[in-house]
Design a protein around this ligand. Structure first.
Ligand code: N01
Length: 652
């Protein structure tokens, strides 16, 4: 039922029709069309407008102005009708019209297998369908005595805390930083931002209509996570500036024992927990390259994730090592201000242009997102679809494809052609630069980046792209293998993170006494669904092995899948009164085989690619091989049959 506030809101919106029509000029056609058909129920509008929507992004919209004007009038009519009659707004998706609506909204076919996921993501009723509800009222004594330890208060840890709190499960979050935000707290380098459209890169239960950018800057995302921590009153349960050093499963008590260091005085204390959720992420521990002589460098040097803002880069000769997502954002942000930027590139990345990358969200657009019923939901769906599974088929190897070194299949080759054309259009006058900036390997082999004027920046007079490999570092600069000294006043290490040693430096000791890094062999992390590990009872990972989304999607989406799964596991324990659950070896290994088999067909295993998705043996340990819909379906229901349960020990 529509609430009184909604009804008042609607009445206010329609009370000034001219103003409403004016505001609607700033609405995108596809989501506005969805609002109209959903609320008005007239499918004829789909036939009229669908042919003009050529794809899922707003810039694919070719609807003529006159038709858009008609659409606005029709939306105003429908809203006025709801306001006048007081009819409740329908909070169900119209299933009979849905296939046609989704096709019109995205300009693409949305197969029925996506409908449950679409319904969940859109959550028209605002009931958060991913919430795990108790099946039976839990024993209050058992519930009160249960304790979950969450490690990390980034996007995932805060999301986990919100769901634990809603369920009434006691928990503590240990956070090594002074505030929440995780990677968005730590990474403050110039140019920091997200390259997933952030109306989608956000919690599904908290659509933010007030993002200032379509691709938000770092501080905006940090503020969003902090707002969620406050809105859900999590701060009291977060212990800031404390770091989990060790976690040890104690078999006699069936509890985790955590040794925790207080950063303020280096003292340590121990706490116990029934279950532990690691929300430390994969991209948290900076990787400092073992370059000969690095320590001898005379000027300031720091990793992108530890940007030293006391160092003024203006007018300096800056050396930057690394051209991944971080380096690609730093370069164009500092280039106009530095004397010289020398970029040391080991291998180039592919980068795609998105016209919305540089755009602000206007106040008028924010008004539409905030006021037109369900517009924000359809807008989010459109972004969700545009950056989700649509590319996955491009990443599968066609065994009959002749040019395996450079592309995988016909569609992948088309993408390559478009990316090459883009590079040429940006640096066209310089064939040598094109050669240096163009990867040999197929598109998507490494993370696909957004071109934030990177290529244009490479053409600037004060930029050198050095592809000769680094030999060593001297006090005055970096020496490449051809013997050239590249003088630098400061060095930026855009060299990525310790993704192979997941969870490092935390020591996690499981049931058999072995640590998780011993089990994983230092660079081969594995977990069932990326979440649970045999011999590590009641231990859950968010953003664990093989869960990094490399084809598209949003890390928050995956994190919410994992939180739902973990909440179901905890529910199983608490409701049944069992003390521990542990994934059995058979489903664990079966899953590993499925992951590896899937990866053998996909771009991330390509022999011509080195990336942080792959370990030294060539096994892809970080990237997920699955489409979003596959992973959502695998994790939507926790299957107790895959787990061994241990009963609570009754004292003799
Ligand atoms: O790290 P990276 P990152 N000598 O590992 C090079 C997320 N993220 O921090 O490619 C010389 O991708 C290395 O070379 P190569 C996102 O998921 C997102 O940039 O291995 N060079 C590479 O160029 C991303 O994928 C956003 O040949 C060395 C670079 O350093 C992930 O974080 C923004 C070297 C490392 O690139 C990691 O990105 C930022 C050595 N010894 C990050 N060692 C957005 O959403 C490494 N390199 C926008």
């Amino acid at each position: 039922m529509m609430s009184t506030i909604d009804q008042q809101n609607l009445k206010a919106i329609v009370s000034d029709r001219a103003a409403l029509i004016e505001h609607l000029k700033y609405a995108d056609t596809a989501p506005l069309l969805m609002v109209l058909v959903h609320l008005g129920g007239d499918p004829a509008w789909l036939d009229r407008i669908a042919p003009h929507i050529k794809g899922p992004w707003s810039f694919h919209d070719e609807t003529p102005d006159a038709l858009r004007a008609e659409l606005r009038e029709a939306v105003a009519d429908v809203l006025a009708d709801y306001a006048a009659t007081g009819r409740p707004l329908p909070t169900e998706l119209p299933m009979d019209l849905l296939p046609r609506m989704l096709r019109a909204c995205t300009g693409q076919e949305v197969p029925p297998e996506y409908y449950p996921m679409v319904g969940e993501e859109m959550d028209l009723a605002g009931t958060d369908p991913k919430t795990v509800h108790w099946r039976a009222t839990p024993d209050p004594t058992r519930l009160a005595a249960f304790q979950v330890l969450v490690v990390g208060a980034g996007f995932s840890g805060v999301g986990m805390g919100i769901k634990l709190k809603e369920a009434g499960i006691p928990f503590v979050i240990i956070e090594k930083n002074e505030d929440v935000g995780g990677t968005w707290y730590e990474n403050t380098y110039p140019g920091i931002g997200v390259d997933t459209a952030n109306h989608f890169y956000s919690y599904s239960f908290d659509n933010n209509n007030d993002w200032d950018h379509f691709f938000a800057h770092g501080d905006e995302i940090e503020a969003y996570i902090q707002r969620n921590a406050e809105r859900h009153a999590l701060r009291d349960q977060i212990r800031f500036s404390e770091e989990v050093l060790t976690l040890r499963w104690d078999e006699p008590s069936l509890l985790w024992h955590a040794e925790i260091r207080r950063k303020k005085d280096d003292s340590t204390y121990t706490m116990t927990a029934n279950a532990v959720v690691s929300a430390v992420g994969m991209l948290n521990r900076p990787k400092v390259p073992p370059l000969k002589g690095l320590e001898s460098f005379a000027g300031p040097k720091f990793h992108t994730a530890r940007w030293d803002h006391s160092v003024d880069y203006k007018g300096k000769r800056v050396g930057m090592i690394g051209t991944g997502a971080s380096g690609m954002q730093v370069g164009p942000a500092i280039q106009p201000f530095v004397k010289n930027l020398t970029i040391f590139q080991r291998s180039p990345h592919w980068a795609m242009l998105n016209p919305l990358y540089f755009e602000n969200v206007s106040d008028a657009k924010k008004w539409v997102l905030n006021h037109i019923p369900f517009y924000t939901k359809w807008f989010r769906f459109q972004l969700f679809w545009s950056s989700s599974d649509t590319f996955h088929h491009n990443l599968r190897v066609d065994p009959n494809w002749p040019d395996q070194a450079h592309s995988l299949n016909a569609a992948n080759a088309e993408v390559r052609k478009a990316l090459e054309a883009h590079i040429a259009s940006e640096v066209g006058h310089d064939p040598e630069l094109i050669r240096k900036a163009t990867p040999d390997y197929p598109p998507y082999g490494k993370r696909m980046l957004r071109d934030n004027h990177w290529y244009r920046m490479l053409t600037r007079d004060n930029v050198d792209l050095v592809t000769e490999q680094i030999d060593h570092v001297e006090p005055e600069g970096v020496v490449t293998s051809d013997g050239t000294l590249h003088p630098c006043d400061m060095l930026v290490l855009a060299t990525g993170f310790e993704t192979r040693r997941m969870l490092w430096p935390m020591q996690v000791e499981g049931r058999g006494g072995a640590t998780i890094l011993e089990r994983w062999g230092d660079e081969d992390p594995r977990a069932h669904l990326g979440i649970t590990v045999p011999e590590f009872p009641n231990f859950f990972l968010i953003y664990g092995p093989n869960t990094n989304l490399a084809h598209g999607g949003s890390a928050v989406f995956h994190s919410e899948c994992q939180v739902r799964y973990i909440m179901q596991g905890l529910r199983e324990l608490i409701e049944t009164g069992q003390a521990a659950l542990e994934v059995m070896p058979e489903p664990f290994w079966d899953y590993q085989e499925r992951v590896d088999a899937a990866h053998r067909q996909l771009v991330w295993s390509h022999p011509g690619v080195t990336s942080w998705y792959k370990n030294g043996a060539g096994r892809v340990h970080a990237a997920s091989p699955w489409r979003l819909v596959d992973y959502r379906n695998m994790t939507a229901v926790f299957d107790p049959a895959e787990y061994e349960f241990t009963a609570v020990k009754v004292p003799a």
